[in-house]
Design a protein around this ligand. Sequence first.
Ligand SMILES: [Cu+2]
Length: 184
Amino acid sequence: MLDENGDELDQLTLSPGDELRLTAFNVESDAAVEELPPAVREGIPSSETRERRNEETIPAPRGTDLEELHEAAEAAYPDHSLSIVHDDPVGPDARRMARPVRRSSRPGHHGQGPHGPGGPHGSWWADDGTWMLAPPLNIWHHANVPTELGFVVETTGSFGFVCTVYCGYGHPYMAERSRVVVEE
Ligand SMILES: [Cu+2]
């Protein structure tokens, strides 16, 4: 996760009402990377660094190596998606917040500020019950431009990044907890 200056962030801290603009891109697509602001482009970890991080996160398979599997996965399942999901989607905290009741306790909440693709109907996750902070962002393999999503944060909690499109051997490890924390 890089900010607009190209600095890597372990965690993003936000407050309700903040607007977040996310840009996702396929790092394998030179055309997409070319579209990024120079500072961000320069902040992207090198392929060696990314490979090392993968090795640290993903258990080594038997009888083959990660690089081989990665290439096979890229060929068979090249699409990915980014969902920002509550760290504890079945916990009591999440259940309380996922109830649409929250909205009626805040009259006049509708129509405030700009909205992302979730639409103008209040909290996207509350309506949907998926415990996501925003609609998932799809990163299709043929996308040669970055994908953008802007939304207003309307809830609190600790959220992680999850890939929701099956993309091969490494897919179950594409989950990083507590990357976005929204505090009152
Ligand atoms: Cu995946």
